[in-house]
Every structure is written in structure tokens, then in C-alpha cells.
Ligand binder design. Sequence first.
Ligand code: SAH
Length: 349
Amino acid sequence: MNQSKRDIRAFTKEELRRIFEENGDQAFRGNQVYEWLWQKGVHSFEAMTNLPKATREMLDKHFVINHIKVDVMQRSDDGTIKNAVRLHDGLLVESVLIPTDTRTTACVSSQVGCSLNCSFCATARLKRMRNLLPDEIFDQVRVIDEQSKAFFGRPLSNIVFMGMGEPLMNYNNVLKAIDKITSAEGLGMSAKRITLSTSGVPKLIKKMADDEVKFKLAVSLHSAIDSVRTSIMPFNEQFPLSELREALQYWYQKTKNRITYEYVVWKGINDQRKDVEALIKFCKFAPSKVNLIEYNPIDDGEFQQADSRALTLYQTMLEEAGITVTVRHSRGKDIDAACGQLANKTTKN
Ligand code: SAH
């Protein structure tokens, strides 16, 4: 990439209008360029066919469109598609398309690598290298929308921020991307169909509530006992459950949106009655439901999925306590596309 050229998608519509005005051109050209970039998603200035040729050349001289490229696309036996996505600086992230009978869900990444070090997650083995830009997050969604139309004959219906990275550690860019995804000038998707999944940074959960976001919130809980949670998610030491709980109560008061807790049950870690009791108590702090996620092994055998007796214990005890619980089976395991398996295995960096 030519370093002197500027990323055109870093500019707001108003800024683009001003650029044209300052160049002695008409401001509405800014609107046209903005529409080509965000609504039509073109990859080159050449494709902006309602602009005069000289204008397209001027843009090409000074700006660049850093569109992502799908390096490798893998298809699972169950229809899941995993994309290894090359960024403009050569780094890689992964994003996944998950089809069901009625929906297509995009699972997108928010960072290259991750800084959180959860001991059961493959992404944690990569160090965090950088935050994704709003347009790099947006492009993952657009690419999956196109794949959904091409392979399943329907547009993308849902988005989950459950790919690589911790979305709240890239707060501004993730919110900007969601803004573009939901805006009529972008993809026009409903925010209610978007779920942000976080390990739980209390002050940023509160900030989201203050910013009146309209998307849904999922929290990767995995244990409601501090010592256990810290042993598998070291980040819990810094942000203990009492602070998380307070932030979630604040979230619910402000948004009236119920919280989803993601939870894996591991053998010998959180498979006892006391673990379920702690979870039930935690669930009572704010309206919530529990997704029991199947564990996807990440090769060193340190963690093992609990046996079915433990899972049944969780299910029955939660149900008896009046808490909604669903069991989610993983998709795309054969291509390492399931939760926690995203680690750029297929492609060398
Ligand atoms: N950092 C965010 C989003 C990425 S992880 C978060 O923590 O929520 C998406 C989900 O996959 C999280 O619930 C995470 O705890 C879970 N996960 C990570 N590794 C996993 C594994 N090996 N098997 C099953 N789920 C896993």
C-alpha cells in the first residue's frame, strides 16, 4: 500500500463533502462517494461510475480503499463457512458464516489476536496485534452477506461479535462499525439482530448502557465463583464478579435488555452442584438466560467437556430456578470454525 494515500473510509460524509468543496468541486460528490463506499461496497474508485473520470483519478491519487480480501474460504460438512480474511497490512483474522434452516449468522472478529488469555480459547495463543478498523469489521459482515445470498439464497439475518478478539477492548471501532451496519446508508440491518459478546469489562458495559446501544449483550461467564473464573479467565482478577454484576444490573436498568450468559461446563472445573448454585444466584441479579456451549477442544487436552450428567444437572437446576437455558451445539468443528477455535491455522501469517 502507498503510505501517503489516506484511507477514504476513515472520513465521515460531512468530511468528504468538505474535501470536495475545498477542491473547488461540488459537495454532493461527497454524498456519492459515501454511498459507493458504504451502501454499494465497491472496492475501487474506478467503479464509482457516476463520478467524472477526472474525479475518480483524483481520488485514486490521494486515497485508498482498504478492502479486506478472503484468502481462504473453507466449507464445513454442516454448511458452515470459515473465511480467512487478509487485511491491508497483511495480517489475518477469521470470520464465520453459520447457516440454520431459517437464519444466517455472521460471527465476526474485532481484533487481530486477543489480549485476554482465557486458557481454553485458541485465539488467546495469538498475541493481540491490533484493533480492527470500523471498515474491516464492516467488510466481514458484507462479505458474509454476499456469501449468504450466493450459497443460501437469502441475506444475512444475524451478527454475533464472537470471533477473534474482545470487542469491548476495541470499543470505538466496534460501535462505529455497528453504526454503519445498522444505518440506512450502510447495510440497514436491525440492531436487535446483533449480539456483542464480551468477557465483561464493567466500566465499558456501563458505557454501552449510557450510549444507549440497541444491540444485545452476551457475557462469557463460565463460572460465577471468583476463584474458578480467575483460574480460567485471568482477566477476572482485575474485574471481579462483584463489579461485573453491578455493571450488568446497570445495563439492565438502562436498556431493559435481558443478558445472555455463555457458559461451558468442564470436567473437574465447574461441574459440581456448588457451581450451578453460584450461577443461579448470579442469574438472579438481572434478567438473563444461559447458553450452555459445547466445549471445542483446542488440542492440548487440558480441558475436557463435562459428562452428560453434569450438563443435565445444570439444565434441571436452572429450569427449576425459573431461568431459561439452552444447549448450543457447535457448528463447523471439522474446519476449526467453532467458538474458541479461531486461530489462523490454515494460513501462514
Ligand atoms: N472475547 C469475547 C468474544 C470472543 S469468544 C468473549 O469473551 O465473549 C466467543 C465465545 O466463545 C465466548 O463465550 C468464549 O468464552 C467462547 N469460547 C472460547 N473458547 C472456547 C472453546 N474452546 N470452546 C467453546 N467455547 C469457547
